[in-house]
Design a protein around this ligand. Structure first.
Ligand code: SF4
Ligand code: SF4
Length: 357
C-alpha cells in the first residue's frame, strides 16, 4: 500500500534532510530515525523488503503528529504525514505497529459507544429538535472538553438555527492507529448517520480534514458540504460582540487548521473582533507555527515526547506568559495538561454571539 506513494518516499530517502529542524518529534527526541527523512526511509525500506519485517523498523511511522511542518519546509511540498499514515496501515496489517496503537483499535467500539452516549446527552441537555444541518462535535471535545462541547453546540445553534448532532466519530483515531479497514467501516457508519443532511458542521479541524479530504480516498465521497464552525462564525463576523475588551491572549495555530486547511486569518479576525485588538502571537506563528504535540496519536504512542513538545510550544514566545487561545480539542487538552491557561475559540465565539445586541 505504501509503495503506491513511492515518489514521496523516494523524495525523502534521497534528500539532504532539508526539513529536519522543523520536526517537533525529532526536535524533542533527537534520533536520526525520528526525523522526517528517517521515518520515510524506514517506511520505504520496510515496504521494499530491504529491512526485516520487525516492529523496530515499523514503529517510526507512528512518531509523527501529522503537523505538516516538514511539508511546508520542503521544496517538493512532500506529503510526509499522509505517506506515514499509509505506512502505518501497511505495517499494522502485518501486526508490526506499536501495542499502544493496537490498543486504540481494540478499544474503539467502546470508545465510539461512549462518544455516542455523550453526544446524545449533549443533544438532550440542549433540547435540540433536529434539522437538516448536522453537527459533528468531535470525540476529543465530548470526552475531554465537555464545557467546550456545550459551547460548540450552542454556537452552532446561534449561527444556523436548530441542528442535529452526529453521534458517530469520523474515524480519524482508526486511521492514525493504522486500521485502514476499520476506518473505511467507520466512514460508512458516518455516511449512514448523515443521510439526508443538507450540510455537516465540524467543530474540530482534524474532523473537518478527515471528512473533506480522507473520505474521498479509495471510497465514495460524502457528497455533502462540510463547514468548520469557525468558518461559519467568520462569515458572521459583524454579529460577534466585544466580550473580552481588556484581556491579552496568545493565539496558537492548530496544525490541522493552519497548515492543514490554510485558515490563518479567520481565527485572528474573530479574536480581533471580540477582543477589540489583535491577539498576541507566538514567536513562530502561521505556517511556521510550532506543533502542540497532540496530533497523530502521539500522546498515546509516545506520551513523554508529546508532553515535551507541548511544553516547548507553550514556552515558545517572547514576552509575558499569556493565556492561550487555540482552535482544536487535542491542543486544548494538551496545553491544559501541562498547566497552561488555555481556551478554545468556540467558547469565545459562543460568548460573543450570546452578547450580541
Ligand atoms: S519532506 Fe522534503 S525536505 Fe524533508 S526529507 Fe522529505 S524530501 Fe527532504
Ligand atoms: S508531519 Fe510533523 S511530526 Fe510528522 S514528520 Fe513532518 S514535521 Fe515531523
Amino acid at each position: 500500500m505504501v509503495l503506491e506513494r513511492r515518489q514521496a518516499l523516494e523524495n525523502c530517502v534521497f534528500c539532504p534532510k532539508l526539513c529536519r529542524s522543523e520536526c517537533p518529534v525529532s526536535n524533542a527526541a533527537p534520533r536520526e530515525t525520528l526525523t522526517p527523512w528517517g521515518k520515510m526511509s524506514m517506511a520505504y525500506f520496510l515496504a521494499n523488503g530491504s529491512v526485516p519485517a520487525e516492529p523496530s523498523y515499523a514503529e517510526p511511522a507512528w512518531a509523527c503528529t501529522g503537523c505538516g511542518a516538514c511539508k511546508s519546509a520542503c521544496d517538493h511540498q512532500n506529503d510526509v504525514a499522509g505517506t506515514l499514515l499509509a505506512a502505518r496501515a501497511g505495517a499494522a496489517s502485518l501486526g508490526l505497529g506499536p501495542a499502544s496503537a493496537a490498543g486504540v483499535v481494540a478499544r474503539f467500539a467502546t470508545f465510539q459507544a461512549a462518544h455516542a452516549a455523550r453526544t446524545q446527552a449533549l443533544a438532550r441537555e440542549a433540547g435540540l429538535r433536529g434539522g437538516p444541518v448536522k453537527v459533528l462535535v468531535g470525540c476529543t471535545y465530548t470526552a475531554r472538553a465537555g464545557a467546550e462541547a456545550r459551547r460548540a453546540v450552542s454556537a452552532a445553534r446561534r449561527l444556523v438555527g436548530d441542528v442535529e448532532l452526529v453521534d458517530v466519530c469520523c474515524g480519524a483515531p482508526l486511521a492514525h492507529a493504522g486500521d485502514a479497514a476499520g476506518f473505511l467501516r467507520q466512514r460508512e457508519a458516518f455516511r449512514a448517520a448523515i443521510r439526508g443532511a443538507s450540510s455537516v458542521i465540524a467543530v474540530d479541524p482534524g474532523c473537518a480534514i478527515t471528512l473533506r479530504r480522507a473520505y474521498p480516498d479509495g471510497g465514495t465521497p460524502l457528497l455533502v458540504r462540510v463547514d468548520l464552525l469557525l468558518e461559519l462564525a467568520h462569515r458572521e463576523l459583524a454579529a460577534l460582540a466585544r466580550v473580552h475588551p481588556t484581556g491579552e491572549v496568545r493565539y496558537h495555530d492548530p496544525c490541522q487548521l493552519g497548515r492543514g486547511l490554510g485558515l490563518y486569518d479567520p481565527p485572528r479576525a474573530i479574536l480581533t473582533r471580540i477582543l477589540g485588538h489583535a491577539p498576541r502571537e507566538f514567536t513562530y506563528a502561521r505556517a511556521r507555527a510550532g506543533c502542540s504535540g497532540a496530533g497523530g496519536l502521539l500522546p498515546v504512542t509516545m506520551p513523554d515526547v508529546s508532553r515535551d513538545i507541548t511544553r516547548a510550544r507553550a514556552a515558545a514566545h517572547d514576552g509575558d506568559l499569556l493565556p492561550i487561545v487555540t482552535a482544536c480539542a487535542s491542543s486544548l487538552v494538551a496545553f491544559r495538561k501541562t498547566g497552561a491557561a488555555c481556551d478554545d475559540i468556540v467558547t469565545w465565539i459562543d460568548r460573543a454571539l450570546e452578547a450580541r445586541p
